[in-house]
Design a protein around this ligand. Structure first.
Ligand code: BGP
Length: 467
């Protein structure tokens, strides 16, 4: 099957503020959760590279936006850093605002549609120290931040998102305990997940209020981005395997899908959590807040499927009920550098699930990409990285996206993750994702990899056919 991009289908790239900006102390930016963790224990980060550096987007945003345009990409996502836009009194930091105004103006001048996300795992540390997402006051503070952002940039940004992958912090920080503060407490994990759902809903409410009051572009839209990893199990599953799928899908996918499509949380999941003593604490009036969580569309980040089976033990090491164990599919193909399975068909299966179960909800592929270690190995004599594996990865995924679109999935675009190599949380610069290389030894200079030319040609081809 040849990759032929659909008409009226946008092609862009995604990144985030905390992974690219650097300049971590400029503009009176506040300390973030990541800066604090980096200061506390730098050996937790690959090659001891903490959150401070990004890829110097703060200085290079003009060059990067022009680069995007030169590759024929039409849109890109980044995120505002809460720590840069707001001060500790929850008031606008004008210097931070100036930076994002400049980014908006540059995107506009280059004809690039800017998608702006408000939160990418990057809580201001002073709020984290007050309990982070465990604390309802932080939920309120997030709503103030969102309101400020909408009213400050409402006339400059059309596409807004409340959260990127709201499932990640409950999982990484509270359930699996692999990120600071390394907690393994399933009940806390559910409370954090619930509070993030409230924060999302309050932000959506603020968005529509700001729109009604004339602060936003008339066609502005709000969405949520998540890694809705499709769950799979064994070929001949037992009822217990299917139950593992139900709860995995319930907590990771349906939770957010129900919230953005109907302003509710899945009752079967809440009932199970209640029975097991894991239900989050809810307050009177919360239902009304959640009802505001409905969005115009959503972003689907896809890297890998989620294969599960019935758990071997009923409880985890902390004594909390367990819903599933990983299932290793014998035929799986791995991205060994990241430890993630490569399964392009998952992107299609999600599209078909959306068509069947949430037919009115428009979506786009908001992240998809391949991180590879030591890409230097693939440099040719001219000095260019020959990343054929990345071309193959994107091509294989795009084929399945196109098939889903042809079969009626309401998928309207694709963003590659990591146009330009960037800092990746605890993995720092271990795995490189970019179509464009960043040379850390040469003042973050940018160099096109082979894949950059490939994506450019692919889009050029479609544009020629459209003429
Ligand atoms: C997604 C995040 C991104 C990005 C990507 C690659 O989950 O939204 O921020 O980092 O994954 O993952 P990693 O950087 O962990 O390799």
């Amino acid at each position: 099957m040849q990759v032929r991009l659909p008409k009226n289908f946008f092609m862009g790239a995604a990144m985030s503020g905390p992974q690219t900006e650097g300049a971590y102390k400029k503009d009176h930016r506040l300390e973030s959760f990541w800066d604090h963790w980096s200061d506390l224990s730098i050996s937790d980060f690959y090659n001891k590279v903490g959150s401070y550096v990004g890829n110097n987007f703060y200085e290079k945003y003009e060059e990067d936006i022009k680069l995007l345009k030169s590759l024929h990409l039409d849109s890109f996502r980044t995120s505002i850093q809460w720590t840069r836009l707001m001060d500790q009194n929850q008031k606008l930091n004008p210097e931070g605002a100036t930076f994002y105004h400049k980014v908006c103006a540059c995107a506009r001048d280059n004809g690039i549609e800017l998608f702006m996300n408000l939160y990418h795992f990057d809580m201001p540390y002073y709020l984290f120290a007050r309990g982070g997402w465990m604390n309802r006051e932080v939920v309120e503070a997030y709503a103030v931040y969102a309101r400020t952002a909408f009213r400050t940039f409402g006339k400059e940004i059309r596409y807004w998102f409340t959260f990127n992958e709201p499932i990640v912090e409950p999982d990484q920080e509270y359930r699996h305990g692999v990120w600071y503060p390394f907690i393994k407490d399933a009940k806390m994990g559910m409370q954090v997940q619930y509070h993030i759902s409230l924060a999302h809903s309050l932000a959506v409410r603020e968005f529509y209020k700001a729109k009604k009051e004339g602060y936003m572009l008339p066609d502005a839209q709000i969405g949520l981005i998540n890694a809705f990893a499709p769950p799979y199990t064994k070929e001949n599953p037992s009822p217990a395997d299917l139950e593992a799928v139900r709860m995995t899908d319930g907590i990771h996918n349906r939770w957010w899908l129900d919230l953005v499509t109907s302003g509710t949380l899945p009752q079967d999941v809440l009932d199970t959590l209640e029975k097991l003593g894991l239900a989050p604490e809810m307050r009177p009036g919360d239902e009304e807040i959640l009802k505001c969580g409905k969005t115009d569309w959503l972003g689907f980040n896809y890297y890998q499927p989620n294969r599960v089976q019935a758990p071997a033990a009923k409880t985890d090491e902390a004594g909390y009920p367990k819903f599933a164990d990983p299932y290793i599919w014998p035929e799986r193909k791995m991205n060994v550098y990241r430890g993630w399975e490569i399964y392009p068909k998952g992107i299609y299966d999600f599209g078909m699930k959306m068509k069947r179960e949430y037919p009115d909800m428009k979506f786009f592929i908001s992240e998809n990409g391949m991180g590879v270690e030591h890409e230097d190995r693939f440099r040719d004599e001219s000095g260019q990285i020959q990343d054929d594996y990345r071309i193959e990865f994107v091509e294989d995924h795009l084929k399945w996206v196109i098939k889903a679109v042809e079969e009626g999935a309401n998928c309207v675009g694709y963003h590659y993750w990591g146009l330009i190599d960037n800092w990746s949380w605890a993995n720092a610069f271990k795995n490189r994702y970019g179509f464009v290389e960043v040379d850390l030894m040469d003042n973050y200079s940018r160099k096109l990899k082979k894949s950059a030319h490939w994506i450019k040609n692919l889009i050029e081809q479609r544009d020629k056919e459209d003429m």
